[in-house]
Write a protein that binds this ligand. Structure first.
Ligand SMILES: Cc1cc2nc3c(=O)[nH]c(=O)nc-3n(C[C@H](O)[C@H](O)[C@H](O)COP(=O)(O)O)c2cc1C
Length: 186
């Protein structure tokens, strides 16, 4: 049976691995609170993980709904499922748009040309598609302006391992810079 420390290592290691190559945890489902107070969930790619800081990073369009939602209510949830290992990871945390311009630019520089091109359109995500682009054609030169770098400071982890019998579930909470683990009833 794994200890709390070993399980935490497994959880955080899985997240780091998801940013080093494509794994089932590369894609998570991010939940925010919509303007009407109801939940909104969408797929996002985890781009970077700072294990020591308990932080992960996500990229999005500055004008996407999720950015306004995070500004309004920073508490978010992010869920992953690895079908090969039979494990689910649920994360809760505090999200914020990185406003440090140097950090945002550094993240942009690490993006591939194809990832950068995702920000080329000047159209606002989630709005009706115009018959003709009113704001001009896609523009790779100004794409960086539409790039938002989102930080999620993790506060709670919930790791559910369905691979054996009995199932195993651990909960970790972060306070004062460290994680506290507790095995809980699945
Ligand atoms: C496989 C996959 C990966 C995606 N990755 C991202 C991502 O990393 N960032 C992002 O903003 N949207 C990503 N999307 C699109 C979002 O799921 C969503 O449709 C979009 O961001 C608009 O969401 P919003 O209107 O709630 O802000 C991805 C979608 C899929 C299907």
């Amino acid at each position: 049976m794994n200890t709390s420390g070993e399980t935490l290592e497994q959880v955080l290691g899985s997240l780091v691995a998801a940013t080093e190559g494509r794994t089932p945890f590369t894609l998570g489902f991010l939940g925010t609170t919509g303007a009407d107070g109801g939940p909104r969930v969408r797929a996002v790619i985890v781009r970077e993980v700072d294990r020591a800081a308990g932080r992960l990073m996500v990229a999005t369009n500055t004008l996407s709904r999720k950015v306004a939602e995070i500004d309004h209510q920073p508490r978010v949830a992010l869920t992953f499922y690895d079908d090969d290992r039979g494990v689910q990871l649920r994360i809760r945390g505090d999200a914020a748009v990185v406003d440090d311009e140097k950090e945002r630019r550094r993240a942009w520089e690490r993006f591939s040309p194809s990832s950068r091109h995702l920000y080329a359109s000047r159209l606002v995500p989630g709005t009706p598609l115009p018959d003709r682009p009113a704001d001009g054609p896609d523009d790779d030169e100004t794409a960086v302006e539409r790039f938002a770098w989102i930080r999620i400071d993790m506060t709670d982890l919930d790791w559910l391992d369905l691979s054996g019998d009995p199932h195993i579930r651990w909960q970790f909470t972060r306070d004062g810079g460290g994680w506290h683990g507790q095995e809980i009833v699945p």
